[in-house]
Write a protein that binds this ligand. Structure first.
Ligand SMILES: Cc1ncc(COP(=O)(O)O)c(C=O)c1O
Length: 355
């Protein structure tokens, strides 16, 4: 990638690589040596720099701590057999970050600031990208308000940062989910489509209640009537009924436009599978479960790519899904996506960018 921006680089004096056990990585706990930082001051992103990963010093009056003007992204980089670093659809994350930014009154980050910051950070920390099959580097870009001011108004100053974490083979065991018909994650006109920190804070309590009842996650329903399925906590959700792939549309502003979701739908359509982007009613889901017509249900997201759903609780009743065969659509699409991400299969969609 051609560099046109000035990014100052201050390297760490002592890498934490030697003390990092790549065979025992806990998601989000091991953090790579460096971070990218840019400050938004006087209407522009300035002081672009890469420096050793370190704590931040914040004033107690920091606006984010009080009013939550904070957004983030999540994406991954992979190492191919030649040891090259492959990024999966970073342009889509950059675009989504700015869509979140607009909704939360946060200034957009220009594409070149995002991309060059990201590429230079990954270039510097390339040894942190695990080489093992199934492992990857999780990347966390985020923006937050930095005004020291108690008052409800958009901050004038912000920080954009990126740090990364090596993560192990993320195999998601089949999950059990509960259809949530009391609490609401998002409502039309709200912030559901944005990757805004507060959306996640608000979802914690209902998710905790469900966990106490023995469920791994929730299936959120629409905030108005709780009549149709929207998405899961950190995943979009898909169903296969009558050999048709059904998933909620993302034009109501209540659902995060998942990049994995889009990739799965693209591959499904290419494979000739019938796809319906429409809301699946809770009663429709329950009828399909009762009559054994629900062939597959799974979540899609960056962390697990595909998380099979083994059990669904609807209106207090548990339904067990058939076990996923190797030939199940979700397994086929998982293998295909993994092959593309690790450079084992030709990237015909221009999804991969090499660092
Ligand atoms: C609420 C929510 N829905 C869906 C997703 C899946 O999005 P993606 O496939 O881009 O990771 C995520 C994860 O980022 C999420 O937090």
């Amino acid at each position: 990638m051609k560099t046109t921006l000035q990014i100052d680089i201050k390297k760490t004096e002592k890498s934490r690589l030697p003390e990092t056990d790549f065979d025992d990585l806990v998601f989000g706990k091991s953090i790579s040596d460096h971070m990218f930082v840019a400050d938004y001051v006087n209407g522009e992103w300035t002081d672009l720099r890469i420096e050793p990963y370190a704590p931040l010093h914040l004033n107690p009056a920091n606006a984010t701590l009080h009013y939550g003007q904070s957004i983030f992204e999540g994406m991954k980089a992979y190492k191919n057999v030649e040891g090259e670093i492959l990024l999966f659809r970073p342009d889509a994350n950059q675009k989504r970050l700015n869509e979140s930014a607009e909704r939360m009154c946060i200034p957009e980050v220009p594409e070149e600031v995002f991309m060059e910051g990201l590429f230079q950070l990954l270039d510097l920390d390339r040894d942190w990208v695990p080489a093992k099959a199934g492992a990857s580097l999780y990347i966390r870009p985020f923006i937050f308000a930095t005004d020291d001011y108690l008052g409800v108004r958009p901050s004038e100053k912000y920080k954009f940062m990126i740090f990364t974490c090596p993560v192990g083979n993320y195999y998601s065991k089949p999950v059990s989910v509960k259809v949530e018909t009391k609490y609401t994650r998002a409502i039309e006109g709200g912030t559901g489509f944005a990757k805004a920190a507060g959306n996640y804070a608000g979802s914690l309590y209902p998710a905790l209640l469900a966990q106490k009842q023995g469920f791994d996650q929730l299936l959120w329903t629409d905030g108005k009537n709780h009549q149709h399925i929207e998405e899961s906590g950190t995943m979009n959700v898909m169903f296969v009924i009558n050999n048709t792939l059904i998933t909620a549309p993302v034009n109501t502003g209540t659902i995060l436009k998942g990049i994995t979701r889009d990739s799965v739908l693209t591959l499904a359509r290419e494979s000739g599978m019938k796809v319906e982007e429409r809301f699946l009613k809770v009663v429709e889901l329950e009828d399909a479960l009762k009559e054994g017509r629900l062939q597959e249900a799974f979540g899609t997201g960056t962390a697990a790519t595909i998380a099979h759903i083994a059990k669904i609780n609807v209106n207090g009743k548990d339904y067990t899904l058939p076990e996923k065969t190797d030939n199940a659509f979700s397994n086929q699409v998982l293998r295909k996506l993994d092959a593309i991400k690790y450079g084992l299969e030709e990237d015909t969609h221009e999804w991969i960018q090499k660092v």
